[in-house]
Design a protein around this ligand. Structure first.
Ligand SMILES: Nc1ncnc2c1ncn2[C@@H]1O[C@H](COP(=O)(O)OP(=O)(O)OP(=O)(O)O)[C@@H](O)[C@H]1O
Ligand SMILES: [Mg+2]
Length: 313
């Protein structure tokens, strides 16, 4: 039995400008014990898919289960099997951190879990904030409480919707240590993030969503291996001519250009010289997940699962 199963999931929203198909036939399973990444640009449908999984929104078509429980017909069991860290920060400002965690436990009918609450507070660096009111916490600390809240009933499946958006390096490390440990102990983890280096480091398998469709789904190692080319990275004060800029990722002075092989690197350098682009701090590196992600997202839209090889070729 998979920990999570999506079968033909579609979700449409009715808006002023007609019907928006936010999810369009999403099907995949997450096995028990996996650390699974769900990636995609803003508006791809990640949060919508997670809302359907957590029973916060209903799918227009398809079927979703958590630990074998259908999220509609067997909602209470499916919801209990899930710990959700939502993308948006929502709290009752008048409760303390500990009260918030007790209330959440009560919601799931869990009692006498003070030892686990202490462990969560400790593990997430909240021990000295246990009695602080929610409104007195900084944004990053509130996010830690959201994580603790999701875990308070010890769910077998943990879903994190951009848990590290806007949090400092220290919390990210604490959080990942904590979640990785739970995963090692058997918890299934589903993560969405825009920090692709996090996904690359943590996730064994990754699905990429684009406009509500799965456009890539594979082991992280395979996705990376498919991008066998090299990346040329350099700095420049000169503008690249359009025919070169078209293939480049430009961040301020930093330019990255994907190339197929060593020969292509030489050709590209010759073209840059020809265009009078002066290059500083040149490096040639391997393609990372960000490169893979960008090439898949830029490829013409067609649903694709199994391998990213063709998309990246
Ligand atoms: N309640 C809603 N009503 C109407 N449209 C919605 C609603 N919620 C989401 N959408 C639309 O559905 C699409 C998918 O949104 P969703 O929040 O799932 O994206 P996302 O992948 O989570 O993006 P992000 O990375 O920005 O969090 C978007 O076009 C969004 O505008
Ligand atoms: Mg989202």
């Amino acid at each position: 039995m998979p920990a999570v199963s999506f079968q033909g999931v579609a979700k449409t929203y009715q808006g002023a400008r007609g019907t928006l198909r936010a999810l369009d036939g999403v099907s995949f399973d997450i096995a028990e014990g996996e650390f699974f990444g769900l990636l995609g640009p803003n508006g791809a449908g990640k949060t919508t898919l997670i809302s359907v999984l957590a029973g916060l929104g209903r799918a227009t078509e398809g079927c979703v289960t958590v630990m074998g429980h259908d999220v509609v017909s067997d909602y209470p069991a499916a919801r209990r099997a899930l710990g959700l860290v939502p993308q948006e920060l929502v709290f009752d400002p008048f409760f303390s951190v500990r009260e918030t965690l007790r209330i959440q436990s009560g919601y799931f009918g869990v009692r006498g879990n003070e030892a686990w609450i202490d462990e969560l507070l400790q593990g997430l660096g909240l021990a000295d904030k246990a009695h602080a009111n929610m409104r007195q916490l900084s944004g990053g600390m509130k996010r830690r409480v959201l994580v603790a809240q999701a875990l308070v009933h010890k769910p077998p499946v943990i879903v994190l919707d951009e848990p590290t958006a806007g949090v400092d390096v220290e919390l990210r490390q604490t959080l990942w240590q904590f979640v990785a440990q739970l995963n090692k102990q058997g918890s299934t983890v589903l993560l969405t993030t825009h920090y692709l280096e996090e996904a690359e480091a943590l996730c064994g398998r990754i699905a990429m969503l684009k406009a509500g469709k799965v456009v890539a789904l594979d082991r992280t190692a395979n996705l990376l291996a498919a991008a066998s080319g090299s990346v040329l990275r350099f700095k420049t004060d000169d503008a690249l001519p359009p025919h070169l800029a078209e293939h480049a990722r430009i961040t301020g002075r930093m330019v990255q250009i994907r190339t197929k092989d060593a020969q292509a690197v030489e050709t590209m350098l010759a073209k840059l010289r020809e265009a009078n682009v002066r290059i500083e701090d040149l490096e040639i590196g391997r393609a990372d997940l960000e490169e893979v992600f960008l090439s898949i997202m830029q490829a013409p839209s067609s649903p694709r699962t199994g391998t990213a090889q063709e998309v990246l070729a």
